[in-house]
Design a protein around this ligand. Structure first.
Ligand code: HEM
Ligand code: HEM
Length: 173
């Protein structure tokens, strides 16, 4: 096996698209809450649905991974081990980030506002909601991990030129 299975490849790139959408929606809800207009219920629902889809895809992905397996590592250098460690940490954050988002809704007035269908009940601040800080920190951690991951992919593509990208492509060799 020299490439990831087709379904692993599809879920990898779909996760990237959903993460960009979740990040954009999360930032918009945050900015709206701080503005004079205030956040909307639709904004929170859209963000939660896209973020929830990331969690679902991650669970499905780990199932696919255990069934389909993964291609053998290209090498066994320290950098290869670091890359593998980053993959595992990304899986952990892909799981914990949406869960912290759900905890944030459940432990704040966002859930009250959603149940009542009344945007005026939405919180203006998340004081005393630890999941809010955890969610923010995990967003930053994910950005750093994905940044390093992309740098690694670029290094393989343009410096080592060892065809690593083809392992995550639909085109079969
Ligand atoms: C991987 C998926 C997710 C990503 C990438 C993500 C990203 C973000 C980002 C970038 C913010 C703004 C942070 C800030 O600057 O304060 C945010 C806020 C938030 N997220 Fe998520 N999120 C995800 C999943 C979820 C889920 C599943 C839920 C709930 C079910 C959720 C609920 C929230 C809430 C309630 C806020 C606070 C918005 C505010 O400040 O008013 N998130 N998220
Ligand atoms: C432009 C963006 C991206 C590029 C170019 C890229 C590229 C790649 C490549 C080439 C691999 C295969 C590595 C190998 O065979 O050793 C890979 C694996 C992986 N990528 Fe990405 N990726 C990107 C974005 C992301 C994002 C946003 C995530 C999730 C946060 C992610 C998570 C992963 C994980 C967890 C693996 C390991 C798969 C496994 O072994 O189960 N990637 N990526």
């Amino acid at each position: 096996m020299t490439q990831y299975s087709k379904r692993m490849v599809i879920v990898h790139w779909l996760t990237l698209i959903l993460l960009v959408a979740a990040w954009f929606l999360g930032e918009s809800v945050h900015d709206l809450r701080k503005s004079e207009e205030g956040a909307t219920l639709a904004g929170y629902i859209a963000h939660a649905l896209v973020g929830g889809a990331v969690l679902l895809l991650t669970v499905v992905r780990l199932l696919f991974r255990s069934k389909d397996g993964v291609p053998a590592p290209l090498g066994n250098t320290l950098m290869d081990k670091v890359a593998k460690g980053i993959h595992h940490l990304m899986y952990l954050v892909l799981f914990l980030l949406p869960v912290s988002g759900m905890m944030q809704v459940l432990t704040s007035d966002v859930s009250k506002a959603l149940l009542a269908g009344d945007a005026s009940l939405l919180p203006q601040k998340f004081t005393g909601v630890p999941a809010h800080e955890v969610h923010e920190v995990l967003v930053t951690v994910l950005i750093v991990l994905v940044g390093l991951h992309i740098l690694g992919a670029l290094k393989h593509q343009f410096i080592t030129k060892d065809g690593l990208m083809e392992r995550m492509m639909l085109r079969r060799k």
